[in-house]
Each structure stands twice: as C-alpha cells, then as structure tokens.
Design a protein around this ligand. Structure first.
Ligand SMILES: Nc1nc2c(ncn2[C@@H]2O[C@H](COP(=O)(O)OP(=O)(O)OP(=O)(O)O)[C@@H](O)[C@H]2O)c(=O)[nH]1
Ligand SMILES: [Mg+2]
Ligand SMILES: [Zn+2]
Length: 335
C-alpha cells in the first residue's frame, strides 16, 4: 500500500499516530483500487444498469454499501465482470460524492425522502398547456425543489397546439426562468427537438412532470434511436397513464449532454426543503435578508425584505414570486 503521496511534507501531516494501534492513518482507500467508474443509467428491482467505458453493464449493490443506495445519475465504482456479456452481474462497491441530489417526498408531511436523480444540473419542468391541464402549484413545487438542490430550472411547456402558453408565461415572467414551448407539428418536423436541445447542451437534465405531459415524447424526439413507450391521455379524466415506470438516463447525440426521463409524478412533496437554500436562487433579494429576524420565514411581519424592496433594491414582483414559492410548501397541491 502506498503510504506517502508525491509531496511527503504534506502527506506527513495526515499520518498521525493511532492510539489503538501503530498503523498510520492515511487517506488512501486500500480496497477496490482496480474498480472502474460507471454511470448509473437506470435501476430496476435492485439491478442497476451502468455505463462503463462505452459498455452497458448490469450490476448490483455490494453488501458493504449497506443501506446506501445508488440512483440514476450516480457515479459509482464497479468491480467484477465488466464485460457486459449476457447474464453477468458486476458489483457496485462505492457511490462517489454527488454534485447534486434532487429529492422529493410523496407528501409534505412525509419525512421519507426519495432521491429522484443524482448529479443533474438542470431540471426540466415539463407541463402540458392542456391534456392534462397545467397545475401551477406543481410547477412552483418543482421550482422550489430545483432551487433547493442547486439545479437550474427550465420550463418546458408542451401541447401548445391545444392551448396558449401566454398566461403561464406571464405568471413566471418575474422569476426569469428560461422556457421553451413545443407543439405537435414541431415534434413531427424536428423543430421542437432543435429548440429544446439548445437548452440541454453540455448539461445533465432531468425531465419531471405529471403523467401524460409528454416527457417521453420529447425525449424520443431528442434521442430518436432509443424510442421509449409513450402513453395516451385519458379523454375523460385528462390524466396520463403512468406509462414510464422507471427513470432512464440517455446520452444526447454527439456527446452533447444527458437527458433523464422519469416517471410521471402526482405530487412533489417538499418536506426536506430549507427556505434559506431557496433564497440563494434570488441573488437580488438575498442580501436584503441580512436584517431579518433569526429563522425568518420571509413571510412575516418583521421580515426585512419588504423594506429592501421599498428602498428600491429589488422588484416587488420578485418578492411576491419568492413568497409564493415559499408558501407552496405550506399548502396542499390541490389548493
Ligand atoms: N397534442 C399534443 N399531444 C402531445 C404532445 N406531446 C405529447 N403528446 C401526447 O401526449 C401523450 C402522453 O405523452 P407521453 O410522452 O407518454 O407523456 P409522459 O409525460 O412521458 O407520461 P408518463 O410516462 O406517464 O409520465 C401521448 O399521446 C403523446 O402523443 C404535443 O405537443 N401535442
Ligand atoms: Mg413517460
Ligand atoms: Zn425575512
């Protein structure tokens, strides 16, 4: 085992006497040095499909990982049979630290968090303008989750052949969230995919939204060689059929980024969200919180943000939007 690094002086500092034994403590992991790095593409009943040096390899979690789970988007260290040949099963021995973790809870009072995806840097919030009807509350919740996790949000409004995007775009104007609007004809002639692709270049983008809004349809348009099944929207209830049942990461053609298709969600619980992290997404308002009382909800009498806006440091519409987003945590989705 290597005990010292290239610069012995620096490494010496880390090698301290260990009271229980004489072995020096080092920061070098002794096990699995031969492991290969993989990217988790999808997870299905304990089997993880990983991309390793261009091959897709099926793997399962090694027991030593304990309860720690790997999700789509995770970078993992994999050992064992990495040929990707049929019926082989490799082992995931380590989940590398994540650059981002997008979480949701089933409900706001549900403390059980599920990780939707790891390492994404953009969240495409997909909303149909009709069929199913847009639900601004869900958009707000997804925005809060994105800001909390440090992902850049992107509004994707689909089915503009069925209804206009104007009202929705107006209510999100103050937030300055980038958006794209798509429709049926543009899906067919390729212009929708082109417009969306422009926003995805060089990024790892997770697509989320209600069932039936057209997430998979769009992903298929972006990655045509990997067609996934799409579903119909029920004509009576206006609801999708939860056609997609597992998240899947797909590379955009020409190595230009990643898209992650996810199953439709009914709700986006925000039990885990910390309001102070949401404020980071409002750099024009954040300095104004210096005068706030401790643990300010930013929607109370002594909140300093009212004064900040009154003094002309930020637009009132921005404070209104921030408060609307923060309040979405206290309200039920159907309200
Ligand atoms: N009119 C119209 N229909 C669309 C458009 N985009 C998608 N659809 C239709 O919407 C339906 C649902 O599309 P999907 O792509 O399966 O929706 P999804 O969001 O993946 O749904 P889940 O996998 O259930 O979460 C399909 O019948 C699509 O053809 C659009 O721009 N206009
Ligand atoms: Mg789908
Ligand atoms: Zn405040």
């Amino acid at each position: 085992m290597r005990r010292y690094g290239k610069n012995p002086d620096e490494d010496d500092v880390r090698v301290r006497p260990n009271r229980k034994g004489n072995r020096p403590r080092t920061n070098i992991r002794p096990k699995h040095e031969d492991a290969c790095e993989g990217l988790v593409l999808t997870v299905d009943r304990g089997r993880l499909t990983c991309l390793i040096e261009g091959r897709t390899v099926t793997a399962m979690k090694a027991r030593e990982l304990g309860r720690k789970s790997a999700v789509v988007g995770d970078r993992v260290a994999v050992v064992g049979d990495l040929t990707g040949a049929k019926d082989t099963l490799a082992r995931i021995v380590r989940v590398e630290p994540r650059t981002s973790t997008l979480r949701r809870t089933a409900d706001d009072d549900d403390p059980y968090e599920r990780v939707v995806v790891a390492n994404a840097d953009q969240l495409a919030i997909v909303t149909a303008l009709a069929d199913p009807e847009p639900r601004p509350r869900l958009i707000d919740r997804c925005l809060v989750a994105a800001y909390d996790a440090g992902l850049d949000p992107l509004l994707v409004l689909t089915k503009s052949d069925l209804a206009s995007a104007d009202a929705l775009l107006e209510s999100y104007g103050a937030l300055g969230v980038p958006y794209v609007v798509t429709n049926r004809d543009e899906l067919t002639d390729g212009t929708a995919a082109d417009r969306v692709r422009e926003k995805l270049t060089g990024r790892m983008t997770a697509f989320v939204g209600h069932s039936g809004v057209g997430k998979t349809t769009l992903v298929n348009a972006l990655v045509p060689e990997r067609r996934r099944a799409t579903g119909h929207v029920n004509a009576v209830t206006g609801r999708g059929r939860h056609t997609t049942t597992s998240a899947l990461a797909l590379p955009l053609p020409g190595d230009s980024g990643w898209v992650i298709d996810t199953p439709g969600v009914r709700s986006f619980g925000l039990h885990h969200v910390d309001p102070s992290r949401v404020i980071h997404a409002f750099p024009d308002l954040e300095p104004g919180t210096d005068g706030c009382p401790r643990a300010c909800s930013h929607d109370e009498q002594d909140c300093a943000l009212d004064g900040w806006v009154a003094d002309g440091h930020a637009e009132p519409a921005r404070l209104y939007s921030l408060r609307r987003l923060l309040a979405t945590r206290e309200r039920r989705e159907g309200d």
